[in-house]
Design a protein around this ligand. Structure first.
Ligand code: SAH
Length: 374
């Protein structure tokens, strides 16, 4: 019954599976036989890419020169995502990347450099999204396809390499880019294994957050994983009437079913659940909504994160004024609900979900790739 337990989450296998298939091999075994590679060679190759952050297979100095050339020739590549456009915010704290996948599809990832050494990379799990949240530009554009584990991982790797040139590293990962992580469950769990691997990037589970639109069956599956990864729920409404009006998924799993799943998750894991609540002017942001939300949240191991809305060009929504966001937060706090207001980063480069892709397509193909350092 718990089929997910059978899925291999061995990072080295996950990585090679994607990398060798892209080069036309049917399996890692076939690849290893073809090049007569012993297991330690496979480890060297994986380690070079995932831990030492080497950009290309022909730069792996621990491998014989001929082998490097042969691997490269045969199409073994260390990245599956090519940067098309990299934009940096005026304050240089936020860098947004648009990446092209091998089949030409595009996804976004964002690097946020906070004060101190903390850095967060926001990554995509799908090209497009099937859940059509009314306020989200990715949701409005529809679903294209699932990403493979390495296509997810390589977004982080890109920023890890760039940070390394400045003596910095990724400290946090959030699955808050394009797509619904729990709609691509196994690939996301495999990507988490890659991100976490101490022989690779080595990011602690506690520093990874998965954000979901609220797929109840997958919240239950996730609770069974026994991971310390944080769970964030895109709630965005204090009742079914409001939630139905902005999030079609609520007709499949309503607020009550969603919160019941969160309770089961907490019972199982003893871990706090984070609720995201994007503040939409005149939609979900009245003082009455705040009181209603407070009564849903109060007395549980919950944390509410209020998100200032990043206005999308053609969308009908406007963000709540800042003073009213703080008033909303105060009502929650007074009711004893731990609440934070998300610090807004990268507004000048439209760093919210789906916004870069929306801006650049279809002209993206003409834009030259730029590097972060340029
Ligand atoms: N599908 C997942 C993760 C991707 S979206 C989810 O729904 O949680 C990550 C978060 O960004 C979600 O809470 C989403 O509702 C929010 N979001 C989408 N568009 C936004 C915008 N324009 N401004 C602010 N937040 C936005």
């Amino acid at each position: 019954m718990i089929e997910w337990a059978a899925v291999t989450r061995d990072p080295l296998s996950v990585w090679f599976n994607d990398v060798v298939r892209r080069a036309g091999f049917s399996s890692t075994d076939e690849f290893a036989r073809h090049f007569e590679l012993k297991p330690y060679r496979l480890k060297q190759i994986y380690r070079a890419a995932a831990k030492e952050l080497v950009g290309d297979v022909d730069e792996v100095t621990t491998l014989p020169k001929d082998l490097r050339a042969a691997l490269k020739e045969r199409g073994i590549a260390f990245t599956s995502v090519e940067p098309v456009v990299i934009q940096r915010s005026n304050d240089a704290q936020t860098s947004k990347g648009l990446f092209r996948l091998r089949d030409g599809k595009e996804v976004e990832a964002v690097l946020m450099e906070h004060y101190g050494d903390r850095t967060t990379v926001c990554i995509s799990s799908q090209a497009g999204c099937a859940f059509a949240c009314a306020f989200c530009s990715t949701g409005q554009a529809g679903f294209t396809r699932n990403l493979e584990p390495t296509e997810i991982f390589d977004q982080a790797l890109f920023f890890a390499r760039e940070l390394a040139t400045r003596g910095k590293r990724i400290t946090n990962i959030v699955f808050m880019g394009m797509g619904e992580p729990f709609h691509n469950y196994d690939a996301v769990m495999n990507a988490v294994a890659l991100l976490n691997d101490p022989h690779g990037l080595g990011l602690g589970h506690r520093h990874i957050t998965i954000s979901t639109v609220g797929l109840v069956d997958k919240i239950d599956a996730f609770a069974e994983e026994g991971l310390q990864v944080n769970l964030a729920i895109s709630l965005h409404a204090p009742n079914d009437i409001v939630r139905n009006s902005i999030m079609p998924v609520n007709r499949r799993y309503n607020t009550e079913q969603l919160l019941e799943a969160c309770e089961r998750y907490i019972d199982k894991t003893n871990r706090k659940v984070f609720f995201e609540y994007v503040m939409l002017d005149g939609v979900n942001d009245s003082e009455e909504h705040a009181r209603e939300l407070a009564s849903l949240m109060r007395g549980h191991l919950y944390h509410v994160n209020l998100i200032p809305y990043n206005t999308t060009p053609d969308g009908p929504f406007a963000g709540t004024a800042e003073d009213r966001i703080w008033r909303f937060a105060a009502i929650l706090e007074e009711a004893g609900v731990p609440t934070t207001v998300r610090h807004n980063m990268g507004r000048d480069i439209a760093a919210a979900c789906g916004q870069l892709r929306a801006e650049t397509q279809p002209k993206a193909h003409k834009v030259a790739a730029t590097t972060l350092s340029s």
